[in-house]
Design a protein around this ligand. Structure first.
Ligand SMILES: [Zn+2]
Length: 206
């Protein structure tokens, strides 16, 4: 058994998130979306609701997407709890996982954020100049059992949508099953630990 999670940051929006969901629906696979609280509005919320209907999960990526190592404990708590409340309102379930903006984190954040931190293996897909081919190739290099792949459904990120047309079938061909981040931990029987950050469930980075 080889399990892997596709994870998408910086949504929800009303176009790229939908294009990503179209790709996931085509192959009938789930993913985990890490939402920026301030991006959630009456329209973009529908994309998050659709994600849930497709078996995806929605998790926390802060409220304003700032470097949170520069914030006070109260500001850190506010960033996370505001987004958690919005997610609970959409899904009826509290998020379990948190992705620190820019993957900037420190002990103060671990101490004040009651969620498991996720990093994930990226492919520079937040840079418009990264080609579809490079996004595909880097993702395939990272792919292994227990891995979380870090992608972005931010507005206009067409190259990642197009890379999914290569990534998903190739990972299926190589025997991977796609699951959400919570299922990845559950099915691989790893208990996510507070005060750690993971790209792979078997080997926390910190
Ligand atoms: Zn981000």
């Amino acid at each position: 058994m080889k399990l892997i999670s596709l994870t998408f940051d910086d949504g929800p929006d009303t176009d790229t998130t939908c294009d990503v969901l179209d790709r996931l629906a085509r192959y009938n696979i789930p993913a985990s979306f890490f939402l920026i609280g301030q991006n959630i509005n009456a329209e973009s919320r529908k994309s998050a609701e659709r994600a849930l209907k497709q078996g995806c999960e929605i998790e926390n990526h802060s409220f304003t997407h700032s470097d949170m190592t520069k914030l006070s404990p109260d500001e850190i708590i506010d960033e996370v709890s505001r987004t958690t409340e919005l997610i609970k309102d959409i899904s009826g379930r509290a998020p379990q996982f948190f992705r620190p903006p820019y993957i900037c984190y420190d002990q103060k954040m671990f101490d004040n954020i009651p969620l498991t931190f996720i990093c994930g293996s990226g492919c520079d897909d937040w840079m418009p100049e990264t080609s579809v081919e490079k996004r595909y190739r880097m993702t395939m290099e990272h792919a292994k059992n227990g891995e979380m792949i870090l992608l972005h459904d931010m507005t206009g990120n067409v190259n990642t949508v197009n890379a999914l047309d290569l990534i998903i079938p190739d990972l299926l061909y190589h025997g991977f099953e796609f699951v959400t981040v919570s299922s990845l931990f559950e099915r691989l029987e790893v208990t996510p630990q507070r005060g750690r950050i993971y790209s792979n469930v078997f080997s926390p980075l910190a």
